[in-house]
Design a protein around this ligand. Sequence first.
Ligand code: KMH
Ligand code: ZN
Length: 281
Amino acid sequence: MLLRYRTPYIVRPVILTVAPTGPLATKQDNPWLPTQPDEIAGQVAEAYAAGAAVAHLHLRDRDDRPTADLDIAARTLELIRERCPILVQLSTGVGLMVPFEERERLVELRPEMATLNPCSMSFGDGEFRNPPAGVRRLAARMRELRVKPELEIYDTGHLDACLRLRDEGLLAEPLQFSIVLGVRGGMAATAENLLTMVRRLPAGAAWQVIAIGRANLELTAIGLALGGNCRAGLEDTLHLRKGELAPGSAPLVARAAALARSLDLDIADVEGARRQLQLEG
Ligand code: KMH
Ligand code: ZN
């Protein structure tokens, strides 16, 4: 297997991330989608109990629109920390309509991790704006605050952009990537695209697959078999199987944990994930 081949004899426990909300879906799409701080915290705690060590968070305002409001984010973090010791990764992607300059402020809350989207792109029918100067400023600020970036790469050039940031000293190793497959505007959700990206990752990088929509389960399984970590939750798929909505993210996390165990892989606990990702914050 690819990563085992690259790092012989070292099989690291799998870090499971829950992504309960996302920027796009609504309660009309799936009534179990958590949007308010207490709903998100409740589902994160259930996902933690099912094996998740990291929570990737998007926030919504009172009208369920994506927001980078610092009070809503701080309240959500507080409610999560009252319930469980899961590592928090704030999305700085937030939502397509939220300006980059608002999104980047979320790292001031000093979560253990936050996402860093290196490039602008088409995103479905919308635009995802990540201007080069803003990305460099955010990367530098994250390094200063010791907030670990998860690098969201939707295409081959996005990986090159991350490596340039590393070479400029804006990203510290080990790098942590999410290979995002299936966004209209980025790479299609195919095993070939995943392999191409995994082969090009720098040695020692941690990575996971984010497979959007129908191919979510197969590509998550392939990612695990190749030595990646994995992510599960309603941000990436609203369904447990065809025609059956997932009643929250915990069943998707439990399914991913079962998948990992059936491949004879251990699941990382919070401390294991913290060590593996070399979190400083
Ligand atoms: N929503 C996914 C396509 C982020 O939040 O910064 C990618 C994502 C990125 O999770
Ligand atoms: Zn996200």
